[in-house]
Design a protein around this ligand. Structure first.
Ligand code: ADP
Ligand code: MG
Length: 259
C-alpha cells in the first residue's frame, strides 16, 4: 500500500471508531512525529492523548449540564471571614470529597442569606470537576417533578433518577410545607439514597422544627433519622450576606452624605 493510501485507510479507521479528535490532530501529529523523530509509541501516545482530552472535556460538559447547579460559585469564592459560624477546616475537608465515599450527608441549617446554597453549590462544583454525577434541585421542584411523574405513571423512574447521582443537592427544604405526596416523595428519595449516596440539604428550619414542614411528624422523624445517621451538620447563625453588603453600602452612602 502506498503511504497516501495507508494514510487514507488510517483516517477511515479513526472515523469508524469515532475518534474525531484524533482524526483531526492526525496530520499535525504526523508532521511533528517526523520533525521530532518520535518513536511509534510516542506518536501513538500523543495522538490518543488528544482523543482522551476531548473525551474528558465532553464528559465534563455533560456532567455540568446534568448537575443543574444554579450559580458558578466555588468554595474558593466563599468569604469565611464574613461567616465565622462556618467551620472553614470542615468545609475544606468536605471539598476533598471523601464524604462521597461513605455516602455522608451534609445538612446546612440557617436563616436566609447566610450562604447555605452557595456552600452546597460550591461542593457540587467540586464533585462535578472531580468527575462525579451531581444533581441540584430545590425541595419544591423535586416535589413537583415527582407529582408530575406520579400522574404519568412514572413514579419508579423518577425515584430511579433521584437515586442515581453520587451527590444530590436538595435546596430550600422548609420554605414551603411539604404535605402528603410531596413529603412522601422526599421521604422516598432520602430512603432510597440512605447509605448509598450523599445528600446535601439546606433548610431554614432547625431539626427540632422539622415537624412543621411535614404534616406527619413520624415521616419527619424517620427522614431525619436517616439523614443524620451519617452526616455533617452546619448550623449557620450569622448575618445574611446580602444584608451585610446592603448595610455596608448604606453606611458608605450615609458617610458620603453626612461626613
Ligand atoms: P442562603 O442559601 O443561605 O439563603 P445564599 O447562599 O443564597 O444564602 O447566599 C446569598 C447571597 O450571598 C449569594 O449571592 C451568595 O453568593 C452570597 N454569599 C453568602 N454568603 C457568602 C460568603 N460567606 N461569601 C461570599 N458570598 C456569600
Ligand atoms: Mg438558599
Amino acid at each position: 500500500m502506498s503511504e497516501a493510501s495507508t494514510y487514507q485507510t488510517l483516517r477511515g479507521h479513526l472515523g469508524t471508531l469515532r475518534l474525531a479528535a484524533a482524526a483531526e490532530a492526525l496530520p499535525a501529529e504526523l508532521e511533528r512525529a517526523s520533525a521530532e523523530k518520535l518513536s511509534h509509541t510516542a506518536f501513538l501516545e500523543r495522538l490518543l492523548a488528544k482523543e482522551v482530552e476531548a473525551t474528558l472535556a465532553r464528559r465534563q460538559t455533560s456532567l455540568a449540564r446534568f448537575a443543574c447547579l444554579p450559580s458558578p460559585s466555588r468554595i474558593s469564592d466563599f468569604d469565611f471571614s464574613a461567616q465565622p459560624s462556618v467551620d472553614q477546616a470542615l468545609v475544606r475537608e468536605l471539598a476533598s470529597l471523601r464524604f462521597l465515599e461513605d455516602a455522608t450527608n451534609i445538612l446546612l441549617i440557617g436563616p436566609p442569606g447566610v450562604g447555605k446554597t452557595m456552600l452546597a453549590v460550591g461542593l457540587g462544583w467540586a464533585a462535578v470537576e472531580a468527575g462525579y454525577r451531581v444533581h441540584y434541585t430545590t425541595a419544591s421542584d423535586l416535589a413537583a417533578r415527582c407529582h408530575k411523574a406520579a400522574l404519568e405513571g412514572r413514579w419508579a423512574s423518577v425515584m430511579h433518577f433521584y437515586a442515581g447521582p453520587r451527590l444530590l443537592i436538595v435546596d430550600e427544604v422548609g420554605y414551603l410545607p411539604l404535605a402528603g405526596e410531596a413529603a412522601a416523595a422526599l421521604f422516598q428519595v432520602v430512603t432510597r439514597r440512605y447509605l448509598k449516596g450523599s445528600i446535601a440539604l439546606t433548610t431554614n428550619l432547625g431539626v427540632s422544627s422539622w415537624g412543621k414542614i411535614f404534616d406527619d411528624p413520624m415521616v419527619a422523624a424517620a427522614m431525619l433519622d436517616r439523614l443524620l445517621h451519617h452526616s455533617v451538620v452546619f448550623n449557620i447563625n450569622g448575618d445574611s450576606y446580602r444584608m451585610r453588603a446592603h448595610r455596608a453600602r448604606a453606611e458608605a452612602t450615609r458617610r458620603a452624605v453626612a461626613p
